[in-house]
Design a protein around this ligand. Sequence first.
Ligand SMILES: Cc1cc2nc3c(=O)[nH]c(=O)nc-3n(C[C@H](O)[C@H](O)[C@H](O)COP(=O)(O)OP(=O)(O)OC[C@H]3O[C@@H](n4cnc5c(N)ncnc54)[C@H](O)[C@@H]3O)c2cc1C
Length: 437
Amino acid sequence: MSGVLGSVPTELVGKVVTPDDKRYSRVRSTYTVIGSPAVVVLPESAPDVAAALRFAQERNLQVAVRSGGHGLAGSGTNDGGLVIDLRAMNRVGVVDRRSRLVRVEAGARWAQVAQALAPHGLAISSGDHGNVGVGGIATGGGVGWMVRKYGLTVDHVRAVEVVLADGTIMRADAENEPDLLWVMRGAGAGSGVATAFEIDAMELREVGYAQLVTSVDPAGGTLRRWADIMAGAPRELSTELRLASQGDGSTMAVITAVVTSDTSSVIRKVLEPLFKVGDVLGQQAHVVPYPELVSPMHLHENTGQMPARTTNGLLTEMSAGAARALVRASAGRDPLMVQMRSLGGATHDPEPSATAFAHRHQNVLVIGAAFPPNVRNTLRTGWAPVAPYMDGAYINFESAPTKDTFARFYPGPTGDRVLELQRRYDPDGILHPRPTA
Ligand SMILES: Cc1cc2nc3c(=O)[nH]c(=O)nc-3n(C[C@H](O)[C@H](O)[C@H](O)COP(=O)(O)OP(=O)(O)OC[C@H]3O[C@@H](n4cnc5c(N)ncnc54)[C@H](O)[C@@H]3O)c2cc1C
């Protein structure tokens, strides 16, 4: 490499991709954004990450951090800056089978993690997609298929290996650097570059998996029943509900349920109340190995192929008004894609102050997404009637983070502590432009 970027530091030789490199088209973009970085660095170790950060600062290049490239804000790339793409740091290993402690590098995808842990009879509740990166989920939250049974991914992170903005390499756990561990579990984006995580995995091989389709009452009755059923459900049941506009003003719901049991009679019993959610038109249930839910078939290159815009909020109560507004948002002339994820169960166990993910009383994560051509308007107008019902938000499903959304991600004292720690660990704001006062 030559020209404006100058020569490459010795440790990064062969790990740097510039626009004249034939690999560039495969590394420039994320899932939602086509980027034009001046340079993409593919580190193989924490010292490589430190070298990449020094290289960027010496040349005054904006830094983007990328693990799986599925971030909805597209902050895993940029135009004219330097991208640290952790894809080569993707090892997954069992540290201690008896205590179920595993070490996972940040650039692994969750499909790779599930594949690597399955032979040991272990799994980690992460997200619903195998191509999402470990780094984004394990620093942001992690609302997985088994969230009510096991809580968030960050709740199981015991230690994080981090490179700070100034290149310092740290290991944060409960005894050493507890502040860094705290901020990396929920507000890791902008606090440091996580290179690996030690995580308590779950003893799990197979789960019950069911899908059912039901018509949706425009007055909100179906959504209220779903929320009531989930409030009374055992932790073994987690569900995702997608509203699907039928184009004629009516709406259907597709509900995906995961039961953390491999015993048919238990699965049937746990699912039974869910079949009373409405006028069920179709259903199926199977016992499947967990890796099928975050399948290697999900793995793909990210080329900016999904220029959608997404926002989200958390619901404490599915009131009549909230349920009606959600059905309307998904059924209008320019409908939003509305997806809801059941929370509660183990997500309520930790104290709100235990991690930087403070939302420990809400019961539903609501995600709204708009697709081209009219993404901004559709999202703004579709979400506006729903927004007043929301009680906080989750950073990982937001396409346009701002000062206002920061206050929803990190309410009150949590936000104050996140800002204080981000100022401590990254005083110059190299990793993330922070909201200004
Ligand atoms: C199809 C799809 C399905 C999804 N399903 C779920 C789901 O079921 N549950 C859920 O909780 N979320 C889900 N998400 C949202 C997901 O949590 C976020 O998009 C997450 O940020 C993606 O992680 P990534 O590593 O792939 O992202 P990237 O684009 O690589 O990173 C996004 C941002 O996260 C930060 N970051 C990434 N890696 C690191 C690191 N190693 N150290 C420090 N900061 C880092 C950086 O700020 C980065 O810019 C989904 C997203 C998509 C697109």
